[in-house]
Design a protein around this ligand. Structure first.
Ligand code: ADP
Ligand code: ADP
Length: 218
């Protein structure tokens, strides 16, 4: 589902953020991506989302070489991928419902369809009863779950997360990880970047480790 072939990424004026990275993640697989700050985790995720382009090598998603995608193809590509951020990037001038509905509005779904899908997503993260509230009134763990509902509302084939438990205590972190496991059990391919090694070691999943841009296991 996700395939990197000898991928390197050099930022303008920067050094190499990724060096000769190769791995593949099968459809329906779940894995962690670990490494120190600056190891290249965010860069690897950005290449998958086409927020950045590889300098060398090939990144493919579902068998399609991303180098073939033009700027106009990017919105179509992004619809296949859900992304969860550490700071969840919620809009505090809108309700929980509206925050989750955002990607569907952008994709042009009709209102009835949006209502159904948003409620299904909120139900999956246990927040259906809070749809009318402003996210600022919810706890940190709940806010992160809204971010997850927004990432899965269009039923992406691939779910990426960049430090999704960075601001959470161990109990809430486990709760968030269990949500990712559930989506994975339903067939979603999941890749989670985290430096929480204690959490990773308690979970029965493959771990890809980056060290200064090189993949040192996986
Ligand atoms: P991580 O997510 O593991 O902390 P990043 O992918 O954010 O690592 O960063 C990898 C390296 O690339 C770091 O040295 C970082 O400073 C550099 N880097 C990341 N983004 C940019 C950018 N937009 N321009 C220049 N250098 C960058
Ligand atoms: P994280 O560690 O959570 O990935 P970073 O602090 O590495 O966050 O990066 C935050 C943002 O700044 C990212 O969009 C990244 O691409 C950008 N960035 C990181 N390092 C550099 C850099 N050296 N020059 C320019 N942009 C950078």
């Amino acid at each position: 589902m996700i395939k990197f072939d000898n991928v390197s990424k050099r930022y303008p004026e920067g050094h190499d953020a990724l060096r000769d990275v190769s791995f593949s993640l099968n459809r329906g697989e779940m894995a962690f991506l670990t490494g120190h700050s600056g190891a290249g985790k965010s860069t690897l995720l950005k290449l998958i989302m086409l927020m950045e382009r590889a300098s060398r090598g090939q990144v493919s998603i579902a068998g399609q070489d991303l180098a073939q995608f033009s700027r106009d193809d990017i919105p179509y590509h992004r619809r296949r991928i859900g992304v969860v951020f550490q700071n969840h990037q919620l809009l505090f001038d809108r309700s929980v419902f509206e925050n989750v509905a955002l990607p569907l509005h952008i994709s042009g779904y009709d209102e009835e369809d949006i209502g159904k899908r948003v409620r299904a997503a909120l139900d999956k993260v246990g927040l259906l009863h809070k749809e009318k509230l402003n996210p600022i009134t919810l706890s940190t763990g709940e806010q992160q779950r809204i971010g997850i509902a927004r990432a899965i509302v269009h039923k992406p084939q691939v779910l990426l997360a960049d430090e999704p438990t960075g601001n959470l205590d161990p109990a809430l972190s486990e709760e968030i990880m269990r949500l990712f496991m559930e989506f994975n059990l339903h067939g979603t391919t999941v890749l989670i970047a985290t430096h929480d090694l204690a959490l990773v070691s308690r979970m029965p999943y493959r771990t890809l480790t980056l060290d200064q841009g090189r993949l040192i296991n996986g």
